[in-house]
Design a protein. Sequence first.
Lengths: 351, 254
Amino acid sequence: MPFIEIKRVNNYILKDVNLDVLDRELLVLVGPNGAGKTTLLNVVAGLTDYEGEVFFDGKKIDKLPTNKREIGFQFQDLALFPHLKVESNISYGLLAQGYSPKVVKDRINEVLNLFNIQHIRERYPSNLSGGEKQKVALARAIAPFSKILLMDEPMSNLDPQTSKYLRKELRSILKKLEITIIYVTHNLLEAEEMADRIAYIHNGQIEQIGLPEEFIFNPGTENISKFIGMPNILDCEYCDKFFPGFARVSIKNLQLILPYEGNGRIKKIAIFPQDIYLSSIKPPGPNINRFKGIITEILDFESFSWVKVDVGGNILVAELSRDAIHEMNFKEGKEVFGIIKLRSLRYAEKS
Amino acid sequence: MIKIFKKIKPICGIIPIVLFLAIWEMAVRLNLFPEQFFVPSFSTVVSEFYYLTANGVLGENFLSSLIRVLIGFSSGSIAGFAIGILMGWQDVINKALSPIISLIYPIPALGWLPLLMLWIGINEMLPITIIFICSFFPLLYNTVTGIKNVDKNYIRAAKTLGASNIRILTTVVIPLALPNIFTGLRLEAGMAWRVIIAAEMVAIPTGIGALMMKAESLIRIDIIIVCLMVLSLMCLSFEKFFAYLERKVTAKWK
């Protein structure tokens, strides 16, 4: 039975939204800006008006005010209370909900240890780094034994390096908590790394719910295709283990190596246009994940272009800036060399 | 050169004052001022200050003014703070009271003097009431502004953590509104002293303002200057006190 059920929810942004989140699942809600992701979180939290029904563990909670719903909410701008130290921020919910001093003290220590932030307990939020603030905000949200956690673009204020590092640690911590989580992001890579399942929302409507690889290899709508970046999807003819941790695949005249830990066989490969580098001269280095082809078409957009390259029968689309195309004098019929980024290849296995 | 500059930097603010006093003293001794503008020398003012302090006149009048300021200021501030919280937190109350407050607020505190002289009479309550009025409105407005300017996300965060409205008001909103409230207190504090002098000049027998009026009738400019110096010192002291209090309360987290 789903732990969170959202039925026929409507308001000024959402249109007849139905969504089930399973018990202890980490569901990631993705979509472009203005799609209704934060609004849906606010509906679950009771922070915005809506028509429809929301159930927690089978109980209807529409009439319950926010402070009675027993949820944790990590806001996009974190909203750490600036006048309270880290420890007081974390204990705020516990004290507000009337827990005894002993329970509050034990829970604070438990949460500080979980996030490894004991050393900053006496600091004010103004003296914390971006990553530390993010951890404190999350610690505050889960401290009051919440069964549901809502996270609104938690990585949006972090630089890419910190975000990448924290994502791995964060998923591990979130799964340890064994609570039901709805996590909002507009970043597909982040969604893939964090999610048990992904739900895509566009113009206030849920367009697809499924496993991360389903979005890349079977996008349900054109909106989803455009959102994920319209990857090149190629059927593999041959696949074998190349090296521990790597597999080799053949797709007509294209040979690729990619990180792979599975025991099955790779059925399809997805290559995103921005992960293909093109050059007019042969690049140095080993002949791994490299190709030679002929430009068949160049499609110009506002700030970038798509270059279609025929690689021995495979048509690959690469994304380049318009300046780069001009500098390298790319035109239809010209021979080009390409490199495919090793670690950005996605695969679907044969079931 | 830089080393010399670094040594004198801490006392840079005092040098102009010392220079001003020295020029003042020399100008009077050299009879540089026309006769009708009798200007006592700085040394004369200092000796008059000593004399007024020693015979208790300055102390007695200062104490009268101080008590009136403290009573009027504290009662006006508390009332402004309390009503400011209600108006800032509850939209209905704000909408109900804002029109009438908008009509009364622009009237300068001293503008109430003729009306209060008739309603209250010329007694201790007159200057206290004037200071109450001049303290009430700034703190009311600063409290309302401070509360309304608290980022709504903090309130939403507190709600999701299970806090009741009262708890949110007392543990989140009011603390975060304090910088605005302290600004109001600092502005009022100096204003209270400026207003009390004017109120005391109107037939109140004691106080710094009353002393100044007596000195004016006796053409005792040295006593007037002593009173002005006391006034300046008190304005500055009150403002600095509240600035210190604000730093103590908010500096660590701002």
